[in-house]
Design a protein around this ligand. Structure first.
Ligand code: MRU
Length: 343
């Protein structure tokens, strides 16, 4: 499979190259991010998005804190800490971001070398995080494919594909590997209001891979299940609590409730970096609230009164009891969940 690379080093080695996901599916535009501020802006505006991909972009972005002119170790440490604080502040829900930048900060602070060598060490760590994610995606795909029968009609929400990771994705990796194994599948992609990651991104990457995909509005998913048209649901995750509660794109909870009602398996797929050993249950997860303008405006027009109140959480929490199994790079975890030792 020709894997999309949403985050990479720039060709000249002096920046982070991202595929600007705001322009998809109309245009394939690549941006070279040159500063920590560029990286923060790209993460906040979802030019790069998806829990593992923002972790990788954040990790690479940390290296842009040092330009080699820093003269004393204190200056190096201050710049690393400041980049860490700025990147950590961009999006709060996906634990992968914090996980990845913590690791790059740790090796940078421990390097005790001049700025150029410290930057090289941080760069090596960021590259390792990218490569590790690629390998984890593959293993998630292999474990997840075992849950997909030949002929399956699969519903997914948001985008948990190659665009959201350093490899072949998480939820979509299971589908890609099932197809590699010769299974025939049909995917239903929830449009995913308000930013349309399902219709703009999931449909784009599945079509590119030659996998049959149908886009539906989010509110059509329950009736499609009632009509017997869905065999299983599989989604990604932004954070998984120790008890198996899962934060993922807003609307995931509704899909899980509808799946439970219709006795359809509801699976979550995520790498080890998404499991948060510091969070015991979903209620502790901070849910990002996004700008009201994402709801007030659409397709270049105002679609709600200018001063109306808006509720725009980016994510919701699906309780563990609605999840049939959680697929990680390690194995398929079955309920009851207890993830004390994952990361
Ligand atoms: O706001 P987004 O587009 O970053 O949200 C992405 C999701 O909710 C994905 O399902 C999740 O990050 C898993 S990506 C492998």
């Amino acid at each position: 499979m020709d894997v999309i690379q949403p985050v990479a080093w720039s060709a000249d080695g002096c920046g982070v190259r991202i595929l600007d996901q705001r322009a998809l599916p109309e245009r394939e535009v690549y941006l070279d991010l040159r500063t920590v501020d560029d990286v923060c802006d790209a993460i906040k505006t979802l030019a790069v998005r998806g829990a593992p991909a923002i972790g990788i972009a954040g990790a690479m972005g940390m290296t842009l804190a040092l330009d080699g002119t820093e003269r004393v170790p204190q200056e190096v440490s201050l710049k690393i800490a400041s980049a860490h604080a700025s990147i950590a502040g961009t999006r709060p829900t996906a634990v992968n971001l914090r996980w990845a930048i913590d690791q790059v900060q740790r090796v940078g602070m421990a390097a005790r070398a001049d700025a150029v060598m410290t930057r090289d060490v941080m760069r090596g760590e960021a590259t390792r995080i990218l490569e590790e994610d690629r390998a984890m995606c593959r293993r998630i795909g292999e474990h997840g494919a075992a849950l997909i029968p030949d002929g399956a009609r699969i519903l997914t929400h948001c985008n948990a594909g190659a665009l959201a990771t350093g490899g072949m994705g998480t939820a979509l990796a299971a589908i890609y590997v099932a197809v590699e194994q010769g299974k025939h599948v049909e995917v239903y992609a929830d449009e995913t209001r308000p930013l349309l990651q399902g219709s703009r991104l999931t449909a784009w990457e599945l079509k590119r891979a030659g996998i049959p995909v149908t886009v539906l509005i989010d509110s059509a998913a329950a009736s499609l299940m009632r009509d017997g048209e869905i065999d299983l649901c599989i989604v990604g995750a932004d954070r998984i609590a120790r008890n198996g509660d899962v934060a993922n794109k807003i609307g995931t909870y509704s899909v899980a409730i509808a799946a439970k009602h219709h006795r359809i398996p509801f699976y979550v797929a995520a790498p080890t970096s998404t499991f948060d050993s510091q969070t015991s249950a979903g209620a502790e997860i901070l849910i990002e609230q996004r700008s009201p303008d994402e709801i007030r405006h659409s397709f270049g027009a105002r679609i709600a009164p200018a001063n109306v109140n808006i509720y725009n959480p980016a994510f919701d929490v699906t309780p563990a009891e609605l999840i049939s199994a959680i697929v990680s790079d390690q194995c398929v975890h079955c309920p009851p969940y207890a993830f004390d030792a994952m990361s």
